[in-house]
Write a protein that binds this ligand. Structure first.
Ligand code: ADP
Ligand code: MG
Ligand code: ZN
Length: 477
């Protein structure tokens, strides 16, 4: 029997507000434990929460960007459970009246566009953090700085069929929230994280089968690996005639496997009820309209514009727009009159490669857009070859200097002096009579050897087109 996998993702994004969701405590990473707390986020009795307006605006922006309907009568609800990192013994979340519903995003996998439904986007507060490295090795400590941080949870329909689609979906969500500027998208720090629900069923079966939920997925790679692991685990169970048990599993990136954490609760277990301390969040349609009109150009729109304006393939455009800062950098390079395809090749090639190697971001790149444009102009005007340009670029990346300065100082200017090059070519031919003989017998490949020798002698600085022409002339003689 043939099986297909069915996947739905629950993505949590931390909203980039200055203060918490229900109090005015600051949100700052790396502060003294429990310093950013107050009676509200500590869950002390007798205090009342107030809703952070900016967080609501951010969540609406996300809903609009993902084609959701925005509820004008959304409501907060208490999700009751007991865990030491949750001071109130309930999480203020949303249940049957989430802020955003019925949306979608398009993803691209292997050239195919697929639409993934978004069931809902609701707002909720984050919990605190248990700390196990304290003075007493047997004790658990609690840091409530994170408690009350505003989150949105984006729940997808079970429309995803492969781990590659899941990764593409997560990348799309990442790019949308960072384009909107509502979340910094830092997955390592857990500011954007995802739980993956996975089940398998015979192809053509319509009903959903029992699923598991894998938590703790903090990179695109882990999302894909955890889903692949879970699909294969369920396959094995199926083959052995064992049932899949509904459970929450925890991904371990080191061992590349997951283990059962607890049998999964159903929503009944949480005894949700409307939060009596908070009013219905009544959203004026005019607010929705004004937020809609202020949305920035989103990744799909930008990709389409790049395809139309610069004649890029869908694939190239998608790659280039995935990171908003990268796309801005690209357009800044173009402002200096650089040809789009050339700029894109540099950015998706050497620029991305060095940024990855150094684990840094384009916004911190010392080769600013005008400097990259300056380098490309040195190639276009024949001052340096494309090959030397790579060396120059590496130096610029390290030091932040201008291309012209690096070329000058290192003496990397291309040798385009015809007399000088002719002299060098003659030397090479005289020194290699066997190869000259081979060329004359029709072995075209030897040409590469000659050019290579000239390059070696000139430390890569000879103008390759000229060298080719001169060698051919000399060999005719
Ligand atoms: P809960 O809130 O209890 O986690 P939901 O019904 O809200 O459960 O579903 C959570 C996520 O699980 C959604 O993304 C949904 O698409 C996905 N999902 C639900 N049923 C299945 C299933 N049988 N297989 C795979 N994913 C599923
Ligand atoms: Mg859930
Ligand atoms: Zn507080």
């Amino acid at each position: 029997m043939e099986f297909e996998s069915v996947i739905g993702l629950e993505v949590h994004a931390q909203l980039a507000t200055e203060s918490k969701l229900f109090c005015s405590c600051a949100i700052e990473f790396g502060q003294e434990p429990n310093s950013n707390t107050c009676p509200v986020c500590l869950g002390l009795p007798g205090v009342l929460p107030t809703i952070n307006e900016k967080a609501v605006r951010y969540a609406i922006m996300l809903g609009l960007a993902t084609h959701c309907t925005i509820r004008t009568d959304s409501q907060f609800a208490r999700k009751n459970y007991f865990y030491p990192d949750l001071p109130k013994a309930y999480q203020t979340s949303q249940f049957d009246r989430p802020l955003c519903e019925h949306g979608w995003v398009d993803i691209e996998v292997e050239g195919e566009i697929k639409r993934i439904g978004i069931t809902r986007i609701h707002m909720e507060e984050d919990a605190g953090k248990l700390v196990h490295e304290g003075n007493d090795p047997d004790a658990s400590y609690i840091d409530l700085n994170r408690a009350g941080t505003p989150l949105v949870e984006i729940v997808s329909e079970p429309d995803i069929r492969t781990s590659a689609e899941a990764k593409a979906y997560m990348e799309k969500i990442h790019s949308i929230v960072t384009y909107l500027g509502i979340c910094n998208g830092n997955m390592e720090k857990g500011n954007l994280r995802c739980d993956a629900n996975v089940s398998i069923r015979p192809v053509n079966e319509k009903e959903l089968r029992t699923r598991t939920e894998t938590k703790n997925l903090n990179s695109f790679r882990n999302i894909q690996a955890a889903i692949d692991y879970e699909i294969s685990r369920q396959h094995d169970l199926m083959l052995e005639g064992e049932p899949v048990i509904q459970q929450t599993r925890l991904w371990d990136a080191d061992s590349k496997s997951s283990r059962a954490m607890r049998t999964k609760e159903d929503s009944d277990d949480y005894r949700y009820f409307p939060c009596p301390d908070l009013p219905v969040v009544s959203i004026a349609p005019s607010l929705i309209d004004s937020l809609r009109s202020e949305l920035p150009e989103l990744p799909d729109e930008k990709s389409q514009r790049f395809q139309d304006a610069y004649l890029f393939s869908k694939h190239d455009a998608t790659m280039l727009v995935a990171n908003r800062n990268m796309a801005d950098y690209f357009e800044a390079v173009l402002e200096h009159g650089i040809e789009p395809k050339t700029a894109a090749n540099w950015i998706m090639g050497d620029v991305s490669r060095l940024l990855n190697e150094h684990g840094t971001d384009i916004t911190e790149c010392r080769v600013t857009a005008d400097k990259l444009a300056g380098l490309i102009k040195q190639i276009d005007t024949g001052v340096i070859s494309g090959k030397i340009a790579k060396t120059v670029f590496e130096e610029m990346f390290q030091t932040g200097r201008e291309a012209t300065a690096v070329i000058q100082e290192k003496g990397l200017k291309q040798v385009s002096d015809s007399d000088a090059l002719t002299g060098i070519c003659e030397t090479i031919l005289t020194d290699n009579p066997t190869q000259v003989e081979q060329f004359r017998e029709g072995k075209e490949k030897v040409m590469g050897f000659f050019v290579g020798q000239v390059m070696k002698l000139t430390k890569g600085k000879a103008n390759p087109q000229m060298v080719n022409g001169i060698l051919r002339e000399l060999l005719k003689k």
